[in-house]
Design a binder for this molecule. Structure first.
Ligand code: TXA
Ligand code: MG
Length: 353
């Protein structure tokens, strides 16, 4: 067991500087501080302190080849972290920062290799959450922060999720309540010829194209021309412990119910991730409680609610000890549907490595 992990509660409506001074001080001295952003909780560390960054990788059990996002509180603060600022950055920053967008840019020599995993680019984000903003302003340093979960576990959307994974391994948790968006930021690579989305998030392809028409989505098979590979995005991620199956396409919920009942018949405990609209279809399964646990994420028509509850549902189903999870997919061209589908797909990849 490592050091005690302290928890500081901060009201997101009025994040007073006094409450955050200790957290900011801890960051400046090389400590590991979890804090809320509008997407998920991040595990922050002084981005220019190599030794501290190495401790962060250890605490998370994260492979060193998975680069970190550097968080700053203003565009001016990113200038000495990047080697060049493509002309598109100003308009993107204007429209989407602060917010759930991360930009991958050519890096400067100031950013340690530990942060970028040796890549010649650095990922930068200005988060919108008032607690994150107040903390970054109080700390006055660039803060590298991956999601505050153990490697390959679902990202934390509440302080309790952070403690579940990292209590005793980090110095502090700033508890600012549940996060709003619930899925991680959109990662947009601007370092190559074609601006490429490496990870879908709340800032959608269409929203980006309205500012930058040439944006493409990374196919996932091969890097887009000029784009760097992003090792962390290739692996199984965001996973609950129980194996997860996603049901898409026609009759998806019917097939899900059939498989759930078959598993229960074989003596298994099943967890189900569903939309509010599926209630009627799931009454047959609900009868089997507690061998069936159903987590309703919200109405299909309200994908913000669905996204904000997704990771908590995975964690809750795991905690209830289910043998497998069956999830209904969320198809659609809407940006959040793409992001939700992406996370479900990653969670369902069998761990082979
Ligand atoms: O919403 C978020 O982005 C949250 C909050 C805390 O800001 N952070 C987050 O960090 O999700 P993390 O480390 O869990 O995911 C960051 C992803 C990694 O998978 C990594 O591969 C990619 O961003 N990334 C970071 N630096 C990169 C770079 N230089 N080039 C390409 N991809 C990069
Ligand atoms: Mg992560």
């Amino acid at each position: 067991m490592g050091p005690m992990t302290d928890v500081i509660r901060v009201d997101p409506a009025t994040p007073d500087a006094a409450g955050l001074t200790r957290a900011a001080e801890c960051l400046r001295r090389g400590g590991l501080v979890a804090f809320p952003t509008e997407t998920v909780y991040g595990l922050g560390v002084h981005a220019l302190d190599r030794a501290a960054v190495r401790r962060l990788f250890e605490a998370k059990g994260r492979p060193a080849n998975d680069p970190l996002i550097v968080h700053v509180d203003a565009v001016e603060r990113m200038h000495d972290l990047v080697a060049a600022v493509p002309s598109s950055v100003a308009s993107l920053a204007n429209r989407f920062w602060p917010g759930p967008l991360t930009l991958v840019l050519p890096r400067s020599g100031r950013v340690p290799d530990e942060v970028t995993a040796g890549l010649n680019t650095v990922a930068i984000r200005i988060p919108a959450h008032p607690v994150a903003r107040a903390l970054l302003a109080a700390a006055g340093i660039p803060v590298a922060a991956p999601s505050a979960n153990l490697f390959s576990r679902p990202s934390p959307t509440r302080a309790s999720h952070v403690l579940e994974d990292l209590a005793g391994r980090i110095d502090l948790v700033v508890d600012g309540g549940p996060t709003q968006v619930g899925v991680e930021s959109t990662v947009l690579d601007l370092s190559g010829d074609v601006p490429t989305i490496l990870r879908p998030g709340a800032v959608s392809l269409d929203m980006l194209r309205a500012i930058l028409p040439r944006v493409e989505r990374w196919s996932g098979d091969a890097p887009a021309s000029g784009a760097l590979s992003s090792p962390g995005l290739l692996q199984r991620h965001y996973s609950p412990r129980a194996p997860l199956t996603v049901y898409d396409g026609s009759e998806a919920v019917v097939r899900l119910v059939r498989d759930a009942c078959a598993s229960i018949g074989q003596g298994q405990r099943v967890g189900i991730i569903a939309a509010d609209e599926d209630r009627a279809a799931l009454t047959d399964v609900e009868r089997f409680a507690p061998r069936a646990t159903i987590s309703y994420l919200g109405p299909e028509s309200d994908l913000s609610t669905v996204a904000s509850r997704l990771y908590a549902a995975m964690r809750e189903l795991d905690a209830s000890g289910v043998d497998r999870i069956l999830a209904r997919g969320f198809a659609g061209a809407d940006g959040l549907a793409v992001a939700i589908q992406d996370r479900l797909r990653r969670a369902s990849v069998k761990s082979e490595t």
